[in-house]
Design a protein around this ligand. Structure first.
Ligand SMILES: Nc1nc2c(c(=O)[nH]1)N[C@H]1C(S)=C(S)[C@@H](COP(=O)(O)OP(=O)(O)OC[C@H]3O[C@@H](n4cnc5c(N)ncnc54)[C@H](O)[C@@H]3O)O[C@H]1N2
Ligand code: MOO
Length: 462
C-alpha cells in the first residue's frame, strides 16, 4: 500500500504490532520485575510453611492434659519456657507441662495443640487473660503455672508444614504477570531474582521551537511542552521505563542527532509534533527516508479508511535516513484526532519509532491506541489493549463525527448506570477536557453522528 492512501486505525495498529517482538528475557531483582511477564516455571524449593507453627499467641500443650478443662475446673500446667518466632532451641513439652508460644513460632516437640492466651489465665492466677505481658517486663511469666480454661483438639491453632505449598509444587507458571502477591510468593520461597521480559525503555521526545519547559517563563507566542509529560507518564502507566527528552527545536539535523544519542537507551522511540504538512514539520523532514516519496501530503479519498493493509517491511523501503538509517513511513489515518502518523525503525538495531501528531489530545489518543499496545507487546503481555465496553450515550444533542473517520471523543463513563457522557468538544487542543475524562467514545467511520440514547463503544482509559 502506498503512503498516500488512507490507513485505517486497525491496519496501522496491525502494521505496528506485526513488526514488534517481545524483548529478550533477563534475570531481575524481585522489585525490578514488578509488572513483568515471567518466562520460567518457578517450583517451590521448600515447603511453606517450612515447619508446623502456631497461628495464635498462647500455650503449646498436650491434648490429654487439657481434656475437659473449664474456667471453673481449669487444667493447671507447669510453664517450662517461651517459644518465640525465630527463637532459641525448642523445649520438650512433657505431660503436665505447657510452653508459652507466639504466633509463627515452631511447635515444640511433645506439644499437640495450641491454646490461645485468651482461653487461659495467662499465668496470673486470676480470671481469663486478655493478652500476654511482654517477656521483657515479666520474664517470670515464662515459668510458674498456667490455668487452661478450655480443651483443645489435636492440631488446634497449628499451621502444618506444607499447608500452603509443598516442595516441588508449581509456584508460578511462565506467562504470569508479576504483581505484588506474586512477588510476595517468590520472596516467601526464597527467590532473590527471577527471569522475566524486562520493561521496555521508551524515549519520549517532543518537537517544536515554540515549546517551553514547565517552570520556565513563557515568552511571546510560546506554549508549555505538555505532550512529553503526558506521554512519558502514559508509557510508565503501560509498564515501560520512560525517558522524557525535553523539546527539540524544529531543526532536522538537531532532531536526528538527538535521536542518535537516545538510541542507546531506547527499545522504542516516541516523538510528538512535526508530522503534518506545514513548512516546519521537523519530524517528517528529519525522518522521511530519501528515495521514493515517503509521506508528503496524503490525500483523503473520503472512503473511510479502506486499505489493503500494510506490512512492516514497507516502513523503510525509501532508503536510509542520513546518520541513523532506517526510515519512517508518514501516513494519513482515517481517524480523528490523530490523522497524521509516522511509523518505522531507526538505528542499527532497527529500534521502532512512532511519530505522533503534536496536538495534545491527538498525541495522547494516538499513544493509547498505538504506542501502549506496542509497549505491552514488547513486554510479552497478551493483554495489550485497553478494555472496551458498550454504554448508552448521555448527551443533550447528537455528536457530530467527520465522514470516513473513526472518531475518539473524550467521555466520562458511569459503570453503574451503563452510560457515557461527552467531556468537552472534539478539538484536539482541548487538554483540560482530556484531563477530566476517563474514556474515549468511539464513533465509527461509517457514522457521521451518534444520537443521544444510542449504544456506543467506549474505550476505558482507566
Ligand atoms: N493544512 C493542514 N494542516 C494541518 C493538518 C492537515 O491535514 N492539513 N492536519 C492537522 C492535524 S489533524 C494535526 S493533528 C496537526 C498535526 O500537526 P503536527 O504533528 O505537525 O504538530 P505541530 O504542528 O508540531 O503541533 C500541532 C499543535 O500542537 C501543539 N504542540 C506540539 N507539540 C506540543 C507539546 N509537546 N506540548 C503541547 N503542545 C504541543 C503545537 O503548538 C500546535 O498547536 O496538524 C494539523 N494541521
Ligand atoms: O488528526 Mo488531528 O490529530 O485531528 O488534530
Amino acid at each position: 500500500m502506498s503512503s498516500s492512501a488512507i490507513w485505517s486505525v486497525d491496519d496501522h495498529l496491525a502494521d505496528i504490532l506485526a513488526s514488534i517482538r517481545p524483548l529478550d528475557p533477563i534475570e531481575l531483582q524481585l522489585l525490578d520485575a514488578q509488572g513483568c511477564v515471567l518466562v520460567e516455571d518457578v517450583t517451590v524449593p521448600v515447603a511453606l510453611p517450612p515447619f508446623d507453627n502456631s497461628s495464635m499467641d498462647g500455650y503449646a500443650v498436650r491434648v490429654a492434659d487439657v481434656q475437659g478443662a473449664t474456667e471453673e475446673f481449669p487444667a493447671v500446667l507447669t510453664v517450662i519456657g517461651d517459644v518465640a518466632a525465630g527463637g532459641d532451641p525448642l523445649p520438650l513439652v512433657g505431660p503436665g507441662q505447657a510452653a508459652r508460644i507466639m504466633t509463627g513460632a515452631p511447635l515444640p516437640p511433645g506439644a499437640e495443640a495450641v491454646v490461645p492466651v485468651e482461653w487461659t489465665d495467662g499465668g496470673s492466677g486470676s480470671g481469663p487473660a486478655a493478652a500476654m505481658r511482654p517477656a521483657g517486663r515479666s520474664p517470670e511469666d515464662a515459668s510458674g503455672e498456667v490455668r487452661i480454661h478450655r480443651p483443645a483438639a489435636e492440631g488446634a491453632h497449628i499451621r502444618p508444614r506444607g499447608s500452603d505449598v509443598k516442595a516441588g509444587d508449581l509456584a508460578l507458571a511462565r506467562g504470569t504477570v508479576l504483581g505484588p502477591p506474586q512477588l510476595g510468593l517468590l520472596a516467601a520461597i526464597g527467590r532473590g531474582t527471577v527471569r522475566v521480559r524486562p520493561r521496555p525503555r521508551v524515549v519520549v521526545l517532543s518537537t517544536g521551537s515554540e515549546l517551553v519547559q514547565p517552570g520556565e517563563s513563557l515568552g511571546e507566542g510560546r506554549i508549555y511542552d505538555s505532550n512529553s509529560f503526558a506521554l512519558a507518564a502514559a508509557a510508565r502507566d503501560a509498564g515501560a521505563l520512560a525517558y522524557r527528552v525535553g523539546a527539540v527545536t524544529d531543526d532536522a539535523d538537531t532532531l536526528r542527532s538527538t535521536i542518535e544519542d537516545q538510541l542507546i537507551r531506547a527499545d522504542l522511540l516516541v516523538t510528538t509534533g512535526g508530522v503534518s504538512v506545514g513548512a516546519y514539520d521537523v519530524v517528517k523532514e528529519a525522518l522521511s527516508a530519501p528515495g521514493p516519496p515517503a509521506g508528503g501530503a496524503a490525500q483523503d479519498d473520503g472512503t473511510g479508511g479502506g486499505t489493503d493493509g500494510g506490512t512492516g517491511g514497507e516502513v523503510s523501503d525509501g532508503g536510509e535516513i542520513p546518520g541513523i538509517g532506517g526510515g519512517i513511513d508518514f501516513r494519513t489515518l482515517a481517524m480523528q484526532p490523530g490523522k497524521p502518523q509516522g511509523f518505522g525503525a531507526v538505528g542499527p538495531d532497527h529500534t521502532p519509532l512512532l511519530a505522533l501528531p503534536g496536538n495534545p489530545v491527538s498525541s495522547y489518543v494516538s499513544f493509547e491506541l498505538f504506542v501502549r499496545p506496542a509497549i505491552r507487546t514488547l513486554m510479552g503481555l497478551t493483554d495489550v489493549h485497553r478494555p472496551v465496553v458498550r454504554a448508552v450515550l448521555k448527551a443533550d444533542e447528537p455528536l457530530a463525527s467527520p465522514p470516513g473517520r473513526r472518531q475518539f471523543l473524550r467521555g466520562a463513563y458511569d459503570p453503574a448506570a451503563g452510560t457515557v457522557t461527552p467531556v468537552g468538544g472534539s478539538g484536539s487542543h482541548l487538554i483540560a477536557a482530556l484531563a477530566h475524562a476517563d474514556c474515549l467514545i468511539v464513533v465509527p467511520e461509517a457514522q457521521t453522528s451518534a444520537e443521544p440514547g444510542a449504544e456506543v463503544e467506549v474505550v476505558l482509559l482507566g
